[in-house]
Write a protein that binds this ligand. Structure first.
Ligand SMILES: Cc1ncc(COP(=O)(O)O)c(C=O)c1O
Length: 375
């Protein structure tokens, strides 16, 4: 029988080692401070319904790849919103409005961030305006309407929806809660990242005596990856090997690390990994990621559906895991790296390695999830 762990069945597009790598704790925590991180945990862990999401061992996969342990942070269970994004937008809504019910919040989104903002607004009884591009699925739009937001569909792509959001927000005095930073808009994106660091605090509590040797972080604009690196600087004694993974059509962090400055990618084809299909790294995460990321991987969409299915039918772990499109790349990178002697050696992956991968989302778009796992 052909096993699923064959070299020709797994692939990445490129692998890059950052020769300028240096992990400077103080520098990282000057972008996202210890106070920002601690305050986010204090506030979010007191929200009604808060529970740490599971940290699942992919014990079947670690055995197969001859690694010590693989930990999968399962964000499909986050506040019924099914993604880590629930921690960011909703927290930023609370921080910027301080619960003032006269403030209307707004955002532009590809889906999960907007859902978090809408949910955060509903928690506090605020009005919420969400701008989505025509390419955002009806199911995702509906999920935000169901949370009480006014959802406004804009012709064109995400950029167009953001331009419209900024224009209308200025005209109507709405408070924009965006997860992407630009030159004079850094504070709110910083709050979203502070919210994401809750994942790292939970992981540290869940690990007990195990020490993480490697962490693989997905990146779109880099907010989640930057937050997790800041979480490492805040909470971990031993710094693991940090790997960032992106779609090959939108590897903006990798290309920027290669040249040492922010490079804009002209996205020619939208990746299946929708939340990660971003052409430009955001400013706050860039300050954190540019030196602290040691390795970058980009990959095609090819193995996404297969990996979602394998996670879902408990091929990798004792329990079934509902993993959305953006949850698969960490596992794909790890399997591919272990099947390639050179990459495996460069990454120092061996039988003592404990790898952390982030299952960023569950079936945030149910229809799409079913379609992919049934392919
Ligand atoms: C659902 C989802 N959206 C977005 C992202 C990207 O996050 P960011 O744009 O903060 O890098 C991810 C994972 O990386 C994701 O799983």
């Amino acid at each position: 029988m052909k096993t699923i762990f064959q070299k020709d069945l797994w692939s990445i597009s490129s692998f890059f080692e950052n020769k300028n790598y240096s992990f400077n704790k103080n520098e990282i925590l000057s972008s996202l401070s210890k106070n920002d991180i601690d305050e986010a945990f204090l506030i979010i862990s007191n929200w009604k319904g808060y529970l740490p999401t599971p940290l699942i061992e992919l014990s079947k996969l670690s055995k197969e790849l001859n690694l010590n342990k693989i930990f999968y942070k399962d964000e499909s269970k986050r506040f019924n919103l099914k993604s880590f994004k629930a921690l960011g937008g909703a927290y930023a809504v609370e921080k910027v409005t301080k619960g003032n019910k006269d403030i209307v919040v707004s955002t532009a989104t590809a889906g999960n961030h907007g859902r978090s903002v809408a949910w955060g607004a509903r928690r506090l009884g605020l009005k919420c305006k969400i701008f989505i591009s025509e390419y955002v699925s009806d199911a995702r739009g509906q999920a935000m309407s169901d949370l009480g937001a006014d959802v406004i569909k804009v012709k064109g792509n995400y950029e167009k929806s953001l331009v419209k959001c900024i224009k209308q927000s200025k005209e109507n005095n709405w408070q924009i809660v965006q997860d992407v930073a630009w030159n004079d808009y850094m504070v709110v994106p910083k709050y979203t990242m502070a919210g994401y660091t809750v994942m790292m605090k939970e992981i540290v509590n869940q690990l007990k005596s195990d020490k993480i040797t490697h962490i693989i972080l997905q990146a779109g604009v880099g907010g989640m990856a930057g937050a997790m690196v800041a979480g490492i600087a805040r909470y971990l004694e031993n710094v693991p090997e940090i790997v960032v993974v992106e779609p090959d059509s939108a590897a903006c962090v990798m290309e920027s690390i290669k040249t040492g400055k922010i490079e804009k990618i002209d996205i020619k084809r939208e990746s299946l990994m929708g939340g990660m299909s971003c052409g430009e790294v955001s400013l706050v995460p860039w300050a954190i990621l540019k030196n602290s990321v040691k390795f970058c991987i980009s990959l095609p969409d090819d193995n996404i559906a297969k990996t979602m299915k394998l996670l879902g039918n408990s091929s990798f772990s004792d329990e079934k895991i509902i993993a959305g499109e953006n949850s698969a790349p960490g596992v794909i990178s790890l399997i591919t790296a272990c099947l390639d002697d050179k990459i495996k050696e460069t990454l120092k992956l061996n039988s003592k390695s404990n790898i952390l991968v982030i299952g960023c989302e569950g079936d945030t778009d149910k229809e799409m999830y079913q379609k992919l796992i049934n392919q």
